[in-house]
Design a binder for this molecule. Structure first.
Ligand code: UDP
Length: 310
């Protein structure tokens, strides 16, 4: 029975990853300091003898007795308003937290998987984004704390791979949505869905012509699981290539919720990327992976979750 560590286990992605690993017969030790994570996301696992939870900040020394086979580093604030409120913690968990998680993997001779991000590409000048694109990031803008921490985390991961021979993996995660997102985390899916369900105007930033591509969480987690089992060490994009403008996305949410809400326009946040769509050729080739859940089906599952919470 393999043992996996998941940092950020009480977060949106960390909790879904934990469920997936348990379903594949892993023992899981989840670590989270709960600054953006929520125990409600893992409360169904309390009492499960294969799951253990440690409340800890992963920027501090990680003491884990016994054998460990995988370390999945998912701890980080992950929404643009979180970076504004928690800039130092965001930098620390991407930099110091990644160092601690890699140190643990190295000491235990465990495989390591970094949750990286499409934000490594910044406001991309090539489209769609392939993994060999180095990006267009403003290091000193408000999003720089996240983007640069994750870029540093990738550099640190490759250094542990090259210097210490750790079996490392890097996933660049594109916009993902689904149940367990925080209602008020400020990201577009919880914002639009909760506004539509309440009959309030949907707050489109800028003129809504910027694009995003949204991946349902179960697809993303499947891709990540496959990557963790592979022997591939360079970054792999995981996301859904279906690209919509934010305005089109708002209209889809109004239609799917049968809401009477209208759109209202708010200023575009600083450095908000104008376009984003993953090129997933690498994931298709190396992992045999591509998304399976349609936007329609994924939105229905997400809306059902938020209906019980707004
Ligand atoms: N956005 C919006 N209204 C909102 C929240 C976000 O129009 O209430 C836009 C935001 O400006 C961006 C896109 O939706 O262009 C996705 O934003 P999100 O915060 O979800 O993630 P990002 O992809 O920017 O990291």
């Amino acid at each position: 029975m393999p043992t996996s560590i998941v940092t950020g286990a009480a977060g949106f992605l960390g909790s879904h990853l934990t469920d997936k690993l348990l379903s594949h017969g892993h023992k899981v030790i989840g670590i989270d300091n709960l600054i953006t994570g929520n125990v409600a996301n893992i409360e169904h696992l309390m009492g499960n003898e294969n799951f253990k939870f440690i409340k800890q900040d992963v920027t501090e020394y990680l003491y884990i007795p016994g054998a460990v086979d995988f370390v999945f580093h998912f701890a980080s604030p992950a929404s643009p308003i979180d970076y504004l409120e928690l800039p130092i913690q965001t930098l620390k968990v991407g930099a110091l937290g990644t160092h601690k998680a890699l140190g643990l993997a190295n000491a235990k001779k465990a495989a390591f998987l970094l949750a990286s991000t499409s934000e490594c590409y910044g406001d991309p000048l090539i489209h769609p984004q392939t993994e060999d694109y180095w990006g267009n990031v403003n290091p000193i803008g408000p999003r720089g704390v996240y983007d640069e921490a994750k870029r540093f985390a990738e550099a640190m991961t490759m250094a542990y791979h090259r210097y210490h021979g750790v079996n490392t993996h890097i996933v660049r995660i594109f916009n993902t949505y689904g149940p367990r997102m925080r209602l008020k985390d400020g990201r577009v899916v919880p914002a639009f869905v909760s506004q539509a369900l309440r009959g309030e105007p949907l707050t489109v930033f800028g003129d809504g012509s910027q694009t995003r591509s949204f991946c349902y969480v179960s697809d993303l987690i499947e891709g990540i699981y496959r990557l963790s089992q592979s022997d591939f060490h360079e970054p792999v994009n995981i996301g859904n290539p279906l690209e919509l403008t934010v305005k089109e996305f708002a209209e889809r949410i109004i239609a799917t919720t049968s809401s009477k809400s209208e759109l209202c326009y708010k200023p575009l946040p600083v450095d908000d990327p104008k376009q984003r769509r993953p090129d997933i050729s690498r994931a298709q080739k190396i992992l045999g992976w591509e998304p399976a859940v349609s936007l329609e089906d994924g939105l229905k599952l997400t809306i059902d979750y938020f209906k019980k919470r707004v």
